[in-house]
Design a protein around this ligand. Structure first.
Ligand code: ADP
Length: 164
């Protein structure tokens, strides 16, 4: 049986923390769909297309990763594709509270959706997209927090778009 997991998130932008989770999930499942979940109520810095492009670039060497974007409820994406595993990463107790609630809501919306949590790696547990953007806006060094192949892209984009 081909076991497919969906890893949804904003990925605005993808960080080394996200990548760590993707790599580990890709070793457990036959296929991992990294889903850029587009939420019109949440102001993003990068467009969904840019986010998909960055994730695809970062994951190009992982053969069982597919990158997509979806505007709508993750539960609906799961239902449409008949997927049943959602992957989420956990960094802190605060993450846990939010994620626990979301796992229940997704299960209520689509009862076959089982959320599985992977704990953040020691080295990337403090990394978040918002911290990366905050450092980059002030010209700080983000090379420890994001994959090398998208470093220039993030820095240039944020420099040219300081108001985000
Ligand atoms: P969302 O806006 O849906 O929370 P994010 O892109 O911020 O999207 O995060 C997507 C998922 O990745 C969430 O489950 C989040 O907890 C997890 N995540 C984010 N950063 C890290 C990290 N450094 N280590 C492990 N998991 C992480």
């Amino acid at each position: 049986m081909n076991k497919i997991a969906v890893y949804p998130g904003s990925f605005d932008p993808i960080t080394n923390g996200h990548l760590e989770i993707i790599k580990r999930a890709s070793m457990i499942f036959d296929m991992v769909i990294v889903l850029v979940a587009v939420n019109p109520d949440k102001k993003a810095t990068f467009t969904p297309e840019e986010r998909v492009e960055m994730i695809s670039k970062v994951c190009e060497d992982i053969r069982n990763v597919d990158v997509r974007s979806y505007s709508g409820l993750v539960a609906d994406f799961m239902k449409e594709g008949l997927y049943d595993v959602i992957i989420r990463g956990l960094r802190t107790v605060t993450d846990f509270e939010v994620e626990f609630q979301m796992a229940h809501i997704n299960k209520n919306l689509y009862p076959y959706a089982e959320t599985m949590f992977l704990c953040a790696d020691d080295e990337t547990t403090c990394v978040s997209s918002s911290v990366v953007k905050q450092i980059a806006r002030f010209g700080g060094d983000i090379s420890d927090y994001v994959p090398n192949c998208i470093l220039d892209l993030i820095e240039t984009r944020i420099k040219n778009n300081k108001e985000d």
